[in-house]
Write a protein that binds this ligand. Structure first.
Ligand SMILES: [Ca+2]
Ligand SMILES: [Ca+2]
Length: 373
C-alpha cells in the first residue's frame, strides 16, 4: 500500500498495478503512471500527472472520492456503481486515452462538482460511459459524450445529444426481467429490470412508469410512476390467492418532448399463490436406537412429484441428511418414511430439523420444523 503523500518522482512499473488509499501530488512534483494505479481515496493533484497508464477509481459503492486539481490522465476508469466522484469546480480533467465510466443497473456512478459551478472534462479518446448520473459538467471536447442509460441531472454542456428542433423520436425501452416464463412467489420482492434511452430531447430525471398485467397485457394496473431511469426497481409482488399464469410487466419512458416509449415482457410469467396450508407432521420412535418414522400430510398445489428433504443445522451451515420423493395429486397427500441419515447411514438422532417440501414442476418450496424424539 502506497502512503498518502507523494513528494518525489515516482514511477509505477508493477505488472499487476499499484494500489493507493489516496494520492497527493505536491507542487513541483511529477507522478508518472505507466501501469494501473488503483486509487480508493482522493486524488489531489497540485503537480503533474504523466505517463500512459490507467488511473482507476476503486473506492467502491458508497464511497465518495474527490478529484482535485487539473490532471492529464491517459486512461481514467471507474466501474463501481454507487461510487460518487466529486470533481473540483473550474478545473479540467483531460483524458488522452480511454474514458471508462460504467455503473450497474440500479447503481449509477455519480459525477458531481465540488462546489456550485461547472467542472470541465476533455475526453480525447474512446469513451465508454453508461449508467452515470452527471451534473454541472462542461465537456470541452468537440464531440458530445453519449452516456447510455444515464441520468442528466442538469447544467451539463455537450453531454448527451439534445436536438434543437422538435423531437418526434420516442424513447426506446426494453424490459429485461421478467421477460416471460418466470415463476415468482407472491408476497416476495422481485427486481424488475429494463433499459431506456432517448434520442432528441432526452429523458428527464424521473421518466419511468411501471405497470402490471395479469391478463397477458389486455389491462394494466400501475405499480409506480415518475421514478428515475435506474434500470431496476424492487417490486413487492402482491399476494394472490391462486396462481396467476398470464402476467406481464410494462415499462414506459417519457421524454422531455412528451413522447412515450414502452415495452412489455415478451411472454407471460406466473405469480405463484402463497401456500395456504402448512404441512402436518408427526414423528414417532418405537424404541431408542431404531429409526424414527415420519408421517407427513400436506397439500400439494399441483399433480406431479414432491421432494421431501430434511436439513440439519450445524453452526452456520446446513446440510441435507434425508431426501425422499413421492408422486402427488393436487390436494392432500401423505408421505411416510423411516428417518435414516443419508450421511451416516444410521437413524437420525433426536433434535429439531427443517423439513422442506419442494415441487419441481413449479419451483415452489414449503418449509416447516419437525421434532424428532
Ligand atoms: Ca425523443
Ligand atoms: Ca419486450
Amino acid at each position: 500500500m502506497l502512503k498518502q503523500s507523494l513528494t518525489v518522482l515516482v514511477i509505477f512499473a508493477l505488472a499487476g498495478g499499484a494500489f493507493a488509499s489516496g494520492i497527493i501530488i505536491s507542487p513541483g512534483t511529477i507522478l508518472d503512471v505507466n501501469a494501473a494505479l488503483n486509487v480508493s481515496g482522493d486524488f489531489i493533484n497540485s503537480g503533474t500527472l504523466a505517463g500512459n497508464g490507467t488511473v482507476a477509481f476503486t473506492g467502491g459503492s458508497g464511497a465518495t472520492q474527490n478529484i482535485a486539481g487539473s490532471s492529464n490522465f491517459y486512461n481514467l476508469t471507474c466501474t463501481d456503481g454507487g461510487t460518487q466522484l466529486n470533481f473540483e469546480f473550474d478545473k479540467t480533467q483531460t483524458i488522452r486515452g480511454a474514458l471508462t465510466l460504467t455503473g450497474q443497473a440500479g447503481s449509477n456512478i455519480v459525477l458531481r462538482s465540488s462546489s456550485p459551478g461547472t467542472w470541465e472534462i476533455n475526453p480525447q479518446g474512446a469513451r465508454q460511459v453508461t449508467r452515470v448520473d452527471v451534473k454541472d459538467s462542461n465537456n470541452i471536447h468537440s464531440t458530445a459524450i453519449q452516456a447510455s442509460n444515464s441520468i442528466d441531472s442538469g447544467n451539463n454542456i455537450n453531454w448527451f445529444i439534445h436536438a434543437t428542433g422538435p423531437d418526434d423520436i420516442s424513447p426506446v425501452v426494453t424490459v429485461e426481467a421478467p421477460n416471460g416464463e418466470e415463476l415468482i412467489q407472491s408476497g416476495s420482492t422481485y427486481n424488475i429490470r429494463w433499459s431506456a434511452t432517448d434520442e432528441g430531447s432526452g429523458l428527464p430525471s424521473n421518466p419511468i412508469t411501471l405497470r402490471f398485467s395479469s391478463d397477458s397485457g389486455i389491462t394494466w394496473q400501475i405499480i409506480t410512476g415518475g421514478i428515475e431511469n435506474t434500470g431496476a426497481y424492487s417490486w413487492l409482488v402482491p399476494p394472490v390467492a391462486s396462481d396467476l399464469t398470464a402476467c406481464r410487466i410494462r415499462v414506459e419512458a417519457l421524454d422531455l418532448a412528451g413522447n412515450t416509449g414502452a415495452d412489455t415482457s415478451d411472454a407471460d410469467f406466473t405469480v405463484l399463490a402463497v401456500p395456504t396450508e402448512k404441512p402436518l407432521s408427526s414423528v414417532t420412535r418405537t424404541s431408542p436406537g431404531r429409526a424414527a418414522t415420519l408421517l407427513l400430510n400436506f397439500q400439494s398445489p399441483n399433480a406431479g412429484e414432491a421432494v421431501v428433504v430434511i436439513e440439519e443445522y450445524t453452526g452456520e451451515t446446513s446440510r441435507i441428511i434425508f431426501k425422499g420423493q413421492t408422486a402427488v395429486t393436487e390436494g392432500m397427500n401423505s408421505f411416510t418414511a423411516d428417518l435414516i441419515s443419508q450421511i451416516t447411514g444410521k437413524p437420525i438422532e433426536r433434535g429439531v430439523y427443517t423439513l422442506r417440501i419442494f415441487y419441481p414442476a413449479t419451483g415452489r418450496k414449503v418449509d416447516t420444523k419437525i421434532v424428532v424424539p
